[in-house]
Design a protein around this ligand. Structure first.
Ligand SMILES: Cc1ncc(COP(=O)(O)O)c(C=O)c1O
Length: 352
């Protein structure tokens, strides 16, 4: 701790992202990236965008990207907010809609960035334990004072709620904002964007990081009624006018238009998830029914920590959470079929 730090810095406990190993030849199944290339059309457009125009600032309002997202999501342009990754959209949302002294609710096992934002902005929080089967406790998420946030599908469980359960949580919290973090929704859950018209307190966040294999360009967005979007714009424009750079803007637009490639890679990830889940279950491991691009697995015959360490030794990175409520599990991102075949082979070798 430095005596020169502000009170704000002193009270932070920053998020620790999964390792990004420097060796190029590892199998990286630890940060839920898409194993496939971004759209070739998007890559070409981004390369072409690296030109003389980079001397100019990008659009502060990103209107053309907003229009494209609005058309794709079936909402109006003024119901879309775009940010530098959905992490930024979430950070702005905490500041825009949650207040100090009014406790928000989120699940006890969930995306570990939520408590980080809450601490940064002095927002008290109540962590609602998951049910026995690891699903989110719908009843427990009702009657929050300051707001609600949860991912659907949840991370790192991968379990999804149906829209009537989501709607129950919305009905149980009519006086505060409910944020649904749909970072993984495209891999098999139903999006709550369909409920935005009906609920003035609903904000849905999404990202191109996972579904469109574009974690590297940092583009995420939120959908909500225009009064919520205006709240987010006010925070953004009090912080940085140009959060989306020119190259990312071009890449996001072209990737979103390349529907055929998106569908193809999405379906491939879902197909791989199915056989890998079955293969690990055949080995005797418990595998949660994931609707995301990762699976939460409880190994048998080897501890989660041992499995994580042994696989790392073999050049396969998965995620181990050193927290009592999760240390029986490992989270494995869905890679290509070849990568997952190597994973299964290594696991079998370790068990022998
Ligand atoms: C549940 C959840 N929400 C949001 C994010 C942030 O994604 P990004 O900032 O890349 O859009 C992640 C990333 O892993 C996540 O797991």
């Amino acid at each position: 701790m430095s005596k020169f730090w502000s009170r704000t810095v002193k009270k932070t406990s920053p998020y620790v992202p999964g390792e990004q190993p420097a060796q190029p030849d590892v199998i990286k199944l630890n940060t839920n990236e898409n194993p496939y290339s971004p759209s070739q059309q998007a890559l070409t457009a981004m390369k072409e965008s690296v030109d003389h125009d980079l001397r100019k600032y990008p659009s502060p309002t990103v209107d053309s990207l907003k229009t494209l997202i609005a058309n794709r999501e079936g909402v109006d342009g003024n119901q879309v907010f775009v940010g530098n990754g959905s992490d930024e959209v979430l950070a702005f949302s905490f500041q825009a809609f949650f207040d100090p002294n009014e406790a928000i609710k989120f699940p006890e096992i969930t995306y570990s960035f939520y408590p980080v934002y809450a601490k940064l902005y002095d927002i008290p929080y109540q962590q609602v334990p998951l049910l026995e089967d690891f699903s989110i406790d719908v009843e427990g998420m009702k009657q929050a004072i300051g707001g609600v946030i949860f991912p659907n599908p949840n991370a790192p469980t991968g379990l999804a709620m149906n829209l009537s359960q989501v709607e129950e949580i919305l009905k149980g919290n009519p006086n505060c904002v409910v944020i649904i973090d749909e970072a993984y929704v495209e891999f098999g859950a139903d999006s709550a964007v369909a409920l935005v018209e009906k609920y003035p307190n609903l904000l849905v966040t999404k990202t191109l990081s996972k579904s469109h294999a574009l974690a590297g360009i940092r583009v995420g967005y939120a959908i909500g009624q225009s009064h919520l979007i205006e709240g987010l714009e006010r925070i953004k424009n009090s912080f940085n006018s140009y959060t989306i750079n020119r190259v990312s803007l071009v890449g996001a637009e072209v990737a979103l238009k390349d529907e055929a490639y998106y569908e193809q890679t999405l379906n491939q990830v879902i197909k791989t998830r199915k056989w890998v889940s079955e293969a690990l279950a055949d080995i005797g491991f418990d595998v949660l029914n994931s609707k995301a691009n990762f699976i939460l697995v409880e190994p048998k015959g080897i501890s989660a920590k041992q499995l994580y360490e042994a696989l790392k030794e073999a050049g396969i990175f998965i995620r181990f959470f050193n927290r009592p409520e999760l240390d029986r599990f490992v989270r494995i991102s869905i890679g290509t079929d070849e990568e997952m075949e190597q994973l299964i082979e290594q696991v079998k070798k370790l068990l022998n």
